[in-house]
Write a new protein. Sequence first.
Length: 195
Amino acid sequence: MEFIYPQASLIAGVDEVGRGPLVGAVVTAAVILDPLRPIVGLADSKKLSEKRREALYLEITEKALCWSLGHAEPAEIDQLNILHATMLAMQRAVANLPISPEYVLIDGNRCPKLPMPAQAVIKGDGLVAEISAASIVAKVTRDREMAELDQLFPEYGFAKHKGYPTAFHLEKLAQLGATEHHRKSFAPVKRAIGF
């Protein structure tokens, strides 16, 4: 199905980062770009080097008409499940925008309930500049949060694996147990804490 760009002047792109990790929040971003201040090189954050993402993050946060973040914390993820927590974080990101968008484009195959029209765009982070920008802002933000967590719990290696279930992370989880930042409802964490 071909993506058709909506006819609206204030379009927000929304994306999430952090559905798969065992630790930390799911982080979403909403971005309304300024057509008069184009940003070259926007792409899916996963396809960019860390250095390029950081540079684009600075450019997006400086040039966008507005941007915002939404979080769903581990306790909310455990209570709601990861899908519903992601939808909640997306709602928060859109609600936090200082300028209300006329239309929202969301990466993926489903939309949260929003007070304005919205459309899900599969692989939107590679197709829609606003979603690419949101994916970069969300990824850089979450990576920074993982680096901060790494300072508190250096033995887990969060700065390296960003909370994803790597062999190293699973080994440390088995050895040390879970931190209060781990998602207790996720199977590897459940196993580590003996639930």
